[in-house]
Design a protein around this ligand. Structure first.
Ligand code: GLN
Length: 377
């Protein structure tokens, strides 16, 4: 296999073999600790602008299938693995990782010491990097990494959100529907409007399986246009990059507060918090994986969650109207908030769990409770 290199802005170089597409990309280099779920990670639009390394050492062994996608195309910049599995075996798979990345023009690098890279990022923090199969000159690559744009202060949501209003009716797979049990179809056709900032598809699948009518609108839709759709509730999606520059979305959410129940996930949580007057900050290397412990402060229960974020809501900036409802137990950062006066809440993690544990499905039931309360008030 041809050589490829990853260079970080601090001058560190990692060599390996190229797979997937050839070429050169820059991005923020971050790691994900999930042992499975590489297909969901590849297609999660929240990874726009990032080069992902998996901590699990062998990737690709179950191939790629048509069902486990979180979007139509991968959004990330590059993909790094210790070992690319030479065979893949799964009854649902219809292609292999190498061919899939070639088809979608994503550059892969295998054979590098991913453990050394992850330990370095944990010590030094997430950094800009360049991944190349074309330029193998260390000094030139480091100069390119240093010149790469940072995620901070940039609006990259516009690159991944839908461009027009659509409806959604695809449901969860039959087995996952058995997991959510009596919640299946309990929404009785209530209308949920999703503000799309780069939404993972398992979220509208949950809404469809729970019996909602789902409309998806671009993340820059105004509050007036959203209210014209007569929503019974509004959902704020996940999405890539820094939440602070998204002033249009923050303004819309501030206007929607109190008019309709609101539920936010990840970027949606950060935007709801900003709309209420909180601040966000960049974490040193972020939380990405399927085993992040979170405590629900209302029930005291600990749930194991799927996460993918590099920014977080600052606990010290919490306005009077917001209450912290969930904490990340690894570092005590804010993992969920609730509005004290209006029906609105959000979590920093991913209850739709694709891939990951199903502990947090109950949050969709909490949203249903807000919709039911609003319908009877
Ligand atoms: N998954 C997400 O929505 C990520 C939110 C935001 N882009 C962050 O990195 O913190």
């Amino acid at each position: 296999m041809p050589l490829a290199k990853l260079a970080l802005e601090d001058g560190t170089i990692y060599c390996g073999e190229s797979f997937g597409a050839v070429g050169e990309v820059t991005g923020e280099v971050v790691f994900n600790t999930s042992m499975t779920g590489y297909q969901e990670i590849l297609t999660d639009p929240s990874y726009r602008g990032q080069i992902i390394t998996m901590t699990y050492p062998e990737i690709g062994n179950y191939g790629i299938n048509d069902e486990d996608v979180e979007h139509s195309v991968p959004a990330l910049s590059g993909f790094l693995v210790r070992q690319l599995s030479r065979i893949h075996s799964n009854y649902r798979s219809n292609t292999d990782l190498d061919s899939y990345l070639k088809k979608h023009n994503v550059i892969g690098l295998s054979g590098l010491d991913t453990r050394a890279l992850v330990k370095h990022i944990r010590d030094a923090g997430a950094m800009r990097g360049v991944l190349s199969t074309e330029d193998l000159d260390d000094a030139s690559l480091v100069a390119k990494a240093k010149a790469a744009p940072s995620l901070v202060g940039r609006d990259i949501v516009q690159e991944v959100m839908c461009k027009a209003t659509t409806t959604w009716d695809e449901r969860l797979d039959a087995w996952t529907e058995t997991q959510i049990g009596s919640a299946v179809d309990s929404g009785n056709g209530a209308h949920v409007v999703c503000m799309d900032f780069g939404m993972k598809w398992n979220i509208p699948r949950h809404f469809a399986s729970r019996g909602y009518r789902v409309t998806i609108v671009p993340g820059n839709t105004s509050a007036a246009d959203i209210m014209k759709l007569n929503p019974d509730g509004v959902f704020l999606s996940n999405g890539p990059g820094d939440p602070e520059p998204l002033d249009y979305a923050i303004k819309t959410i501030a206007e929607l507060l109190g008019k309709t129940p609101i539920f936010g996930i990840c970027l949606g949580h950060q935007l709801l918090s900003l709309a209420c007057g909180a601040k966000t900050f960049k974490l040193k290397f972020g939380h990405r994986g399927a085993n992040q412990p979170v405590q629900d402060l209302t029930t005291k229960k600990v749930e194991i969650t799927t996460q993918n974020h590099g920014f977080a809501v600052d606990a010290d900036s919490m306005p009077d109207d917001l209450e912290i409802t969930h904490l990340n137990l690894n570092d005590n950062t804010v993992a969920g908030v609730r509005h004290k006066k209006h029906p609105a809440f959000s979590v920093q993690y991913h209850p739709e769990a694709a891939a990951g544990p199903h502990d947090s499905h109950y949050l969709f039931e909490r949203f249903q409770d807000l919709l039911s309360a609003a319908a009877t008030s």
